[in-house]
Ligand binder design. Sequence first.
Ligand SMILES: [Zn+2]
Length: 478
Amino acid sequence: MPDRFEITHKDVFGRIGKLDTPHGPIETPALLPVVNPNTALVAPKEMRQFGAAALITNAYIIYRNPRLKEAALSEGIHELLGFDGPIMTDSGSFQLATYGKIEIGSAEIVAFQRDIGSDIGTPIDIPTPPDVPFERALRELNVTLERIWEAAAFCGAEMLLAAPIQGSTHLDLREQHARLLSTLNADVYPIGAVVPLMESYRYADLSSVIMACKAGLALNKPVHLFGAGHPMMFALAVALGCDLFDSAAYALYARAGRYMTASGTYQLNDLAYLPCSCPACAGGDPKLTERELAEHNLWVSFAEINTIKQAIIDGQLWELVERRCGYPALLQALRTIQKNCAPFEAIEPLKWSFMYTSTESAERPDVARFLIKLTNIELTGRVLITTNRTQTRDMEHEFDTTLLMKAPFGPYPQELAETYPIGQSEVPDPDYASIKSAVRNLIALIRSKNVDATFAYDSTWNHDDLEKLSSYATLLPL
Ligand SMILES: [Zn+2]
């Protein structure tokens, strides 16, 4: 099968790409609104105006309704929904998770998806919930695997195959499953059964699950984060390498009177003013109807996707993620990622700008990555590391090498002053978090070399961690 996914821009693990389908390309990151032909708050044919290039609908719901089933089989799903762009179909595994059973076999529903002209078909995977014993997760995962293999026979040029990755919260299982499925060369890889994690605000666990799946998957494959429909977490998920999202949330939130923004959710009743100027909000009257609220939720979700794409092009995705992670559970997720950011070091493309936007910036992958660059520098003898060269110029001749210091990166030779990240970073005066990172990198550098180090620092660099540094270098307050 030829690769149908082409990546054009990258930043962190995020990318802009193009997924070819029988009904045209989907530019990613993409949000696919979930449409239910029975109860559409916004009709499928209206979705394009909000920015939707593709939709997702549930084949099982159509299959169960004799009228819809017959119409879908005779006219095709595109005619039935009145939408001529790509349509992905889900299989009923959501119903399986909710009601415990469904009345159709996986092969049968995949054949049905093909027969109604779905662009991307999905087998009935077993959505194993979080925190179950390893044995159960493994057993259910094996059933999912069999069904994916079985579904592959129905897919090809006419219908792309989505191969869901399961494994509950067992990260080793997620990674193994992803690695196995990579050999199948499916077209889309959904990360399944993560809705319970999002519903209970376990974004740190969600991030770990995504990272485990990505570690096992071929990097040139599009990843769909199943059930993630809140714009607040799109940037984080894209930075971790997710390309496709589906949103039933725009409608579910509207029914519950909930007003989405890229930084969180309001109850519409609590709003005296509307913080948005989309067509639904433009009148300024906060008494939106349910339909207007659904429209607003769609506008704000698609606007966030565009913001993310532009951030990828500008090399500013981390900066955007930091701005979006003001909510405590998301901040926890960001810290989890930063603690485990090793894979980013190999994959994050070369950037050309670094903006220090909050104390979280001190722990960015770029900072850890700079240390690798540092340790490649040849260094011996007496080394002066100075935070203020004007004050130390007179003593430099006593040393073999002089290094400068910039928070949060640490020491650097003059030759690197114009290169990334030293030259292309906008950093305010050092703060506690940025000095901590810089001193940590300095200690790591000294430990990796056989040198006699002196750290000359002015008072802005006073910090608790200088005591640690004093075991490795002579401290010289200026
Ligand atoms: Zn609005």
